[in-house]
Design a protein around this ligand. Structure first.
Ligand SMILES: O=P(O)(O)OC[C@@H](O)[C@@H](O)c1c[nH]c2ccccc12
Length: 263
């Protein structure tokens, strides 16, 4: 059993509970948020997707006591392109309450970071105020990946499709995913390697209208330079910002000009 198997086991139990909750209904987007796709497409700099992350299976407690609302306000003020809130309780010590609280105070695109395997979780994310959801290719078969992707789009949500290697990239392209992120952390082994981004970038169709994002293990401007050089439009950063005494400066140090934009 890998950690991903453990997590998906818990998610199947959570889905059963959510399906019994009659208050979760499919609805059109409640709060209008700007499009993440457009924000990333139009930017000349490497953008930051800043994550509210209390803990993780690989690191244990990162910043257990952090107030998500205060953290999100710092992120927004620093000009991040999107705020990600981990909502998994069992493994990441997040919650839907965190997401709801953040949704009330920020206007940025808002990503519900969880392990989605069923439509009811997408409805729940939207109800909580998310405008973007995550679909992890490694957690879904092709049929489910397509079905959940289409469902999210049909109710006005954007989707970040997470891949880890070239094979998963191909699967993301088959469903015509527009926003694709490479997780530098292997969810099976926890190993982090920015070379994942470089490897997948070699096969990424940049000439098409798609966005390429590098996720996890970004610590400083040298890391930002390295992934920006691959053509990435944004980095998804959790731990570095959660541990920083000055998250705003940490964000600024990552918002570097993209390759080819320097004149
Ligand atoms: O804390 P980091 O190394 O900056 O990573 C952030 C983010 O990429 C990571 O939390 C993440 C990426 N994909 C996920 C899927 C589920 C849970 C968490 C994640």
């Amino acid at each position: 059993m890998t950690i991903l198997d453990d997590i998906l086991h818990v998610k199947r139990i959570e889905v059963k509970q959510l399906l019994l909750d009659k208050q979760i209904v499919s609805c059109e987007t409640i709060v209008q948020r700007p499009s993440l796709f457009s924000a990333l497409k139009e930017s000349a700099r490497l953008e930051v997707i800043a994550e509210m992350k209390r803990a993780s299976p690989s690191k244990g407690t990162i910043a257990g006591e952090t107030d998500p609302v205060a953290q999100a306000k710092v992120y927004e003020k620093a000009g991040v392109a999107c705020i990600s809130v981990l909502t998994d309780e069992t493994f990441f010590k997040g919650s839907m309450t965190d997401l709801e609280a953040v949704a009330k105070v920020v206007k940025t695109p808002l990503l519900c970071k969880d392990f989605i395997i069923h439509e009811v979780q997408i409805d729940r994310a939207q109800q909580a105020g998310a405008s973007v959801i995550l679909l992890i290719v490694a957690a879904l078969d092709d049929e489910k990946l397509l079905r959940l992707y289409r469902y999210a789009a049909s109710i006005g949500l954007e989707v970040l499709v997470e891949v880890h290697d070239v094979n998963e990239l191909e699967r993301a392209l088959v469903i015509d995913a527009k926003i694709i992120g490479v997780n530098n952390r292997n969810l099976r082994t926890f190993e982090v390697d920015l070379a994942r981004t470089e490897e997948v970038a070699k096969h990424f169709p940049f000439h098409e209208d798609r966005i390429f994002i590098s996720e996890s293990g970004i610590r400083n401007s040298a890391d930002a330079e390295r992934v920006a050089a691959t053509g990435a439009a944004a980095v998804l950063v959790g731990e570095t910002l959660m541990r920083s005494n000055d998250a705003a400066s940490a964000i600024q140090s990552l918002q570097i000009m993209k390759v080819g934009e320097l004149s």
